[in-house]
Design a binder for this molecule. Structure first.
Ligand code: PLP
Length: 359
């Protein structure tokens, strides 16, 4: 059969992609997507009901997101000499950065295993992709990184700090060497900052080629879709040109501004998540034949025999986590579980224990 019109018209790299798969999660204990398991306190959700009831959804939102940016800069202590640009999730920020830098032959460099969207969006933007393997303990291989930077001269380097899916923070000294050696832009993706306690935000002033990206998704506002990048005006003024007008909708602007005025609520929830993470790591560490990787994020990576089977059995018992077996050679038999509430955590742990005992 002759190839169909879409096959003829759509770019070859896009035809070759498979769409990002999100498994069904209805009635499941959802520990697959690094969401905050806690709801907002009622004083805040009631206030949100009140303010959203009055919103003019017949009008376009503030194109400059003035109130929200001001609140974010204050709540998150963004250095006063730096600017921020907001995106519909930080995924949109990645897209904007790559669209802006994708000259013919330009390369994006990142580490593997790493965040899947860096490679996906590089393909969307027609950018060449270079993935440098991490060491088996998921730390950065500085020599290999410096060699790859020297030979590929990447326009952009993306590094998640802490890294997803491994959960660890990279060594600061090693990262600074990489930033200093890079001929192009380096974006530190701090999606898991609320659980890590370390940041490159205060190093923006030291490196003219550095940007720092954050998101509110893992903090508890995944449904609002809001991320941002912080950096020098000389970078952001150009990136702003690619931001589609009104990319942050009116409800997100209003609700995120209100919630960020009560940032302490989200911070306390993140503290609870960190406590549960400690319990989870302790539990997994006690089980023989499980290798647990230390986490500075709101999820834990572990290696277990027959990971694929354990994953499916957990699913049958109503617990959805992430199966990373076969996604990268360093992730053989690895599973990733998001830290939930203490109750979800207990259920996950006891179910896992049952399965191991029964197999
Ligand atoms: C979840 C995640 C993001 C994307 O977050 P959104 O703001 O929800 O688009 C970005 N980077 C990393 C490393 C992530 O894990």
């Amino acid at each position: 059969m002759a190839s169909s019109l879409p096959d003829k018209i759509i770019r070859q790299e896009i035809l070759a992609l498979s769409a990002y798969h999100v498994p069904p999660a209805e009635n499941m204990i959802k520990l697959d997507a690094m969401e905050n398991p806690y709801r907002l306190p009622s004083f805040l959700s009631e206030e949100i009901s009140r303010i959203t009831a009055d919103v003019s959804i017949n009008r376009y939102p503030d194109p400059y997101t003035t109130a929200l940016r001001k609140t974010l800069k204050g709540a998150l202590s963004i250095p006063s000499d730096m600017e921020i640009m907001l995106g519909n999730g930080s995924d949109e920020i990645i897209q904007i950065i790559l669209l802006a830098t994708a000259k013919p032959g330009a390369k994006l460099l990142t580490v593997e295993p790493g965040f899947a969207m860096f490679k996906m969006i590089a393909t969307f933007a027609h950018m060449e992709y270079v993935g440098v393997p991490l060491k088996p303990d998921f730390s950065l291989d500085l020599d290999m990184m410096l060699d790859a930077i020297a030979s590929h001269q990447p326009a952009v380097i993306f590094l998640a700090y802490p890294n997803n899916p491994s959960g660890n923070l990279f060594d600061t000294y090693t990262l600074e060497k990489i930033i200093a050696a890079s001929p192009g832009l380096v974006v530190i993706d701090e999606a898991y900052h609320p659980f890590a306690g370390k940041s490159f935000m205060n190093k923006l002033a030291d490196y003219p080629n550095l940007l720092v990206m954050r998101t509110l998704s893992k903090l508890g506002l995944a449904g609002l879709r809001l991320g941002f990048v912080a950096g020098r005006q000389e970078w952001l003024s150009h990136l702003e040109k690619l931001r589609l007008p009104y990319n942050i909708n009116v409800i997100t602007q209003l609700v995120a501004t209100k919630i960020m005025q009560h940032y302490d609520v989200l911070q306390q929830q993140a503290e609870s998540v960190k406590q549960t993470r400690t319990q989870l790591c302790h539990f997994l560490g006690k089980i023989g034949d499980i290798e647990v990787y230390p986490s500075d994020a709101n999820f834990v990576l572990f290696r277990i025999d027959n990971a694929g089977q354990i994953f499916r059995q957990l699913q049958q018992r109503g617990v959805l986590i992430k199966n990373l077996d076969n996604s990268h050679p360093l992730l053989k038999n690895c599973l990733r579980v998001t830290v939930g509430t203490p109750e979800e955590n207990d259920y996950f742990c006891s179910t896992l224990q049952d399965l191991i005992a029964g197999n």
